[in-house]
Design a protein around this ligand. Structure first.
Ligand code: FAD
Ligand code: FES
Length: 264
């Protein structure tokens, strides 16, 4: 599915903060010229290395395709370390080397009731998923987040069957959110559950999907160096006790394929 020919230097078109949080832990929409990708499957990702990385950091960074049009590739990036900090300080006209689209995306079953479960920046691939879904009346979103809702592209989901957001401010909120996840997953016994977010969130989703025998996919955000199967930096344990490469065989997996646990 990957298109490794599309490894190009492209221009940054815009870098826009989303919401009020600012540079320290803020979120940004980073829009680049389309590197020559044909349509991608939502859930696929790209590797990005701007010139500004120089020798530190050395490796590129992986990001979900948040939106892809003929002209532009948009990424939704939360600042959490040196690489993302540099990326979100780029200005229009700077260049970055980008390769992709990489990996396996989410299943699309237009007539099946589908719920997207997103945690934090895990909302990114669902923007593209919702935009490309032919039957939005079958599609819903449950979104858990810590930063204010205005820091996320939540408005992109207004045309769906439903879109619910839950802000986690303390331990009680987390317990209530998990209870809501359980009700939601139990209510999709004949449907499809798709999840992207922090690992503990995905572990919970996987546990609940198994409990209610619901078909579910999770998108893993393991650390990656090459993104194309060369470095073995991204491996994940499967149910057979061996390892799969998240970059080429994922990042989206059916829950029953993985022995998903808190440790990576
Ligand atoms: C397939 C895939 C898709 C992704 N999509 C997005 C996206 O759409 N938007 C987005 O903001 N981020 C996304 N990420 C995570 C993003 O790649 C990391 O946040 C980024 O690489 C961190 O780089 P850094 O140099 O800023 O942080 P570093 O200095 O490398 O690390 C700083 C902190 O971030 C943590 N961290 C680093 N890499 C990851 C990671 N891969 N996942 C979780 N935590 C990490 C580290 O443990 C450390 O605590 C994705 C990751 C993968 C594998
Ligand atoms: S990131 Fe290099 S093998 Fe997956």
């Amino acid at each position: 599915m990957g298109n490794y020919d599309a490894c190009r230097d492209v221009s940054i078109l815009s870098v826009e903060p989303v919401g009020p949080e600012g540079a320290a832990k803020g979120c940004y929409m980073l829009t680049l010229a389309n590197p020559g990708f044909s349509p991608a499957v939502a859930g696929q990702f790209v590797m990005v290395r701007p010139r500004a990385f120089q020798q530190n950091p050395v490796w590129p960074r992986p990001f979900s395709i948040c939106r892809l049009t003929a002209e532009a590739l948009t990424l939704f990036v939360q600042v959490c370390g040196r690489g993302t900090e540099i990326l979100c300080r780029l200005v229009p006209g700077d260049t970055a080397t980008v390769w992709g689209p990489l990996g396996q995306g989410f299943a699309l079953e237009p007539e099946v009731p589908t719920v997207m479960l997103a945690g934090g920046v895990g909302i990114a691939p669902f923007v593209e998923y919702a935009a490309g879904h032919p039957s939005p009346e079958h599609l819903s979103l449950v979104f858990g987040h810590r930063l204010p809702l205005s820091c996320y592209p939540f408005d992109a989901f207004s045309g769906l069957k439903s879109a619910e957001a839950f802000q986690e401010k303390g331990p009680d909120d987390l317990a209530a959110f998990i209870a809501h996840l359980e009700t939601t997953i139990a209510g999709h016994a004949d449907g499809l559950v798709l999840a992207c977010g922090p690992r503990p969130f995905l572990v919970t989703v996987a546990r609940l999907a198994r409990k209610y025998s619901v078909r579910a996919q999770v998108s893993l955000e393991n650390r990656m160096a090459c993104g194309v199967g060369g470095c073995l930096g991204c491996v994940e344990k499967n149910v057979l006790g061996s390892y799969v490469q998240t970059c080429t065989q994922g990042p989206v997996f059916w829950v029953e394929e993985l022995a998903l646990s808190e440790e990576s």
